[in-house]
Design a binder for this molecule. Structure first.
Ligand code: OGA
Ligand code: NI
Length: 350
């Protein structure tokens, strides 16, 4: 039996999922959110006016490139369409995500992460007694480079999970490396490969499958605490029906609209560093829903730990002095700061 292979600690973790809390009808106090943006969690928030960038136009249309630049320098996020993945294909990725989280807990627990690692299935890593937990279960898998995969955490059910994840990630990788990073460079009048040079040709791609069960107290509990993403670019497949993701813009929270055939792209901290702060790594959070569960799939593009990341020389000048230090293994730094509720980019600032 699968259980025999799990340590007592991992078994305990496996029974601590938010999904299990819902089944037991429990709402422990450590899920009560106490951030400064508390108190307005379940209010209605205006929709963010997210630019829609048409990938097929990026090569030849200066206007589309301008739209991209304007999105990246203001809210740090945008929607992409005509990315080559059909609505049915995106739906298949959503469906397999739902099917995984719908599996009996005995099946899922086989993929439970180790206590001190993010790789695998589980909820928040608990590092202190005071930590406020997110109303969220996730499955975190490193997909590339291939030799870093930990297949023991890759679900075998639904049966097409592994191959679909692999194929989807290859498509997202192409989108990041062959389209987005190049267009982002061009939008700043930089040479195509400018960001790719720092991104490296062996960057990792990690997939985070998020599952937000319905929450009895959306006024008190947060799905995902405010954070910025640590990588270069995040490509997010949102739930087709249930909203929840919000971005901070001009000190106000806005809800991200759902466009089922689109993918949402946001800048991560490493991109903010490379652009010397010109592109913004936006603060975002997820609020909970009292009735409906919500899923999302985030793919993060993360340069190898030994890769040095720094502002590109062309973006540093007298009017825009260098804002960030050269960093290495920023992902680890990000995680450390995130867990203690601090803004990781602070650590890279000059
Ligand atoms: C994330 C994230 C948003 C969402 O996984 O980093 O911000 O909509 N997810 O689930
Ligand atoms: Ni995020």
């Amino acid at each position: 039996m699968a259980e025999e292979n799990l340590s007592a600690e991992r078994l305990e973790l496996a029974s601590n999922t938010v999904q299990q809390l819902v089944i037991n009808g429990e709402l422990p106090e450590r899920y009560f959110y106490k951030g400064s943006d508390q108190g307005a969690l379940d209010a209605s928030f205006p929709l963010l006016d997210l630019p829609i960038v048409d990938i097929s136009l990026l090569k030849d249309s200066p206007d589309e490139l301008k739209k991209l630049k304007s999105a990246l320098t203001s809210c740090g996020c945008f929607l992409v369409i005509n990315h080559g993945m059909t609505p049915d294909y995106l739906e298949k990725v959503r469906e397999m995500t739902k099917k995984f989280f719908a599996l009996p807990k005995e099946v899922k627990q086989k993929y439970t992460r180790e206590v001190d690692s993010t790789e695998g299935y589980g909820n928040d890593m608990v590092l202190s007694e005071q930590q406020i937990l997110d109303w969220l279960d996730r499955l975190y898998l490193t997909v590339s480079p291939e030799d870093q995969r930990k297949l023991e955490y890759w679900p075998e059910f639904p049966h097409d999970f592994r191959e679909t994840l692999e194929a989807y990630t290859i498509k997202v990788q192409r989108l990041i490396e062959e389209v987005l990073l190049k267009a982002m460079a061009r939008s700043l009048d930089l040479e195509d490969k400018c960001f790719l040079n720092q991104y490296g040709n062996k960057a990792s791609l990690a997939a985070r499958f998020n599952f937000f069960p319905p929450c009895p107290r959306p006024d008190l509990v947060i799905g995902s605490k405010p954070h910025t993403d640590g990588g270069t670019i995040t490509v997010l497949l949102q739930d087709k029906e249930v909203q929840g993701l919000q971005f901070l813009k001009d000190d106000q929270w806005f809800t991200a609209p759902i466009v089922p055939e689109a993918l949402l792209v946001n800048v991560g901290d490493m991109m903010e560093i490379m652009t010397n702060g010109i592109f913004r790594s936006p603060m975002h959070r997820v609020v909970t829903n009292p009735k409906k569960e919500r899923i999302s799939v985030a793919i993060f593009g993360i340069p190898r730990p030994e890769q040095e990341i720094e502002p590109v020389a062309e973006l540093v000048n007298e009017t825009r002095p260098r804002m960030y230090k050269k960093v290495k293994n920023y992902a680890a730094l990000w995680f450390k700061y995130y867990q203690i509720g601090r803004r990781p980019l602070e650590a890279a600032m000059i």
